[in-house]
Design a protein around this ligand. Sequence first.
Ligand SMILES: [Zn+2]
Length: 504
Amino acid sequence: MNADDNGTDSSVSRRNYLGLSGGALAALSFVGLGSAHEGKPGRGRGRGQGPGHGGLENGRLLIENGTIVTVDEEYGILENADLLVEDGRIEEIGHDVQAPNAETIDASNAIVFPGFVNAHHHTWQAGVRGVAGDWSFMEYLETMLGEISSHYTPNDVYLGNLFGALEQLNAGTTTVMDWFHVANSPGHTNRAIDGLEDAGIRAVFAHGTPGDDNETWWDESTEPHPDDIRRVHDERFADSDEDDLLTLAMGIRGPDYSSDEVVTHDIELARELDIPASMHIGSLGPGGVETLAELDLLGDDLNYVHGNRLTDEEFERIGDSGGSVSITPEVEMQMGMGMPPLRETLEGGAIPSIGVDIVSNVSGDMFTQTRTALQTQRALDNQPTVEAGEQVVELSLTAHDALEFATIEGARALGLEDEVGSLTPGKRADIAMIRTDDINTVPSHNPVETIVFQSGVENVDTVLVDGDIVKRDGDLYNQTGRRHQHQLVQSGRRVLEQSGLLEE
Ligand SMILES: [Zn+2]
């Protein structure tokens, strides 16, 4: 259907996208490192493109003299400290770490912290950035999932996931839950995984349903999850070892969008494959978690996205069963899902995590989402006191709480807390560094507040994934991205034209 016919905002079609086609990604600075490091798309892991991991002398990298915010209770915050990376793992954190022959990075004007965990993201939408900023949830369901997603080709998916993931890395996010619901063919799914691999990000790939028929898949669906997930599991995730960057999950419709039989089938299938399942729930109304309880399906392998209208009892059920909640505050408030339920998540004892969701409307960086989640919850917590005519004398949450939600708790939500989410010796080296000598970060009297309140993408200097340098001195190292950047603009434009949102 055409956007104009269904009453959505036709102003999208009047925007002049032509002006973007030339240097649209010029500000995304890629560093080319020569053809010797180039891999074929979809074959590599995005590795070998920066001077990290295999390229390091002795596989060792010493980050020196930094302010290190570990988000680990035992290590806390260290000033003028060093962090040694060896063979992709954090080997040591402390003062005067000795590491002869290690490559070094000077962090004397930087804060070193765990890369963000973006716990909910539809990475494929990078190519249709900024079209849904004035849409309600109803318009989104009808136009994004009912129309735009049907025009995605496997190559559009590849470009969306490649650049969507690079956007995350550029913004200091090292792990993303890629919730993939444009699985229109096995080719679409393969290319989505290829895009993540070529970006070099750590990701949980949540295989979902096709995006080519909204009514079949999202309106009280009686269609079980596509059996193709068995192929994906066997072909792409069978030989998983502990340092693989990608793991598999299942993006199911859940009780809000599918029948009890389908919900039961889908969760049982995920459990048969021994992978977690994630579902959108509670944005349309309460009761979904109660349904899961009645079907005896609750478990610590389930991740609940949004949850805005769930009851307190439902949050307790999630908490009691060991489940996690992923809150995407900006999208939830914009689209009319309800207020972000961070307080309810915490009171229910569920694992709290934060995500971006979609760059088709909101900003893709976790700085913005983390800050929004924290300040929104503070406002909600303060309001009863304000309405009683009294004064708020103490805040309910701290900046460090919010940083935990965006790092270690996100890792816990995705089942990766033993590997990432904090700077702890023995964990994989997923690390972000922000400069503290930039105009908006100097002086940094409290590094956690600098991260949570003051910083943005522009301050992200260096990023490591699994010990690999994917960004350094503000430049992304990604040969594949450098070669494909202009294709993303063409891809997004064609999809929007075919969707009737742009004039051809
Ligand atoms: Zn979502």
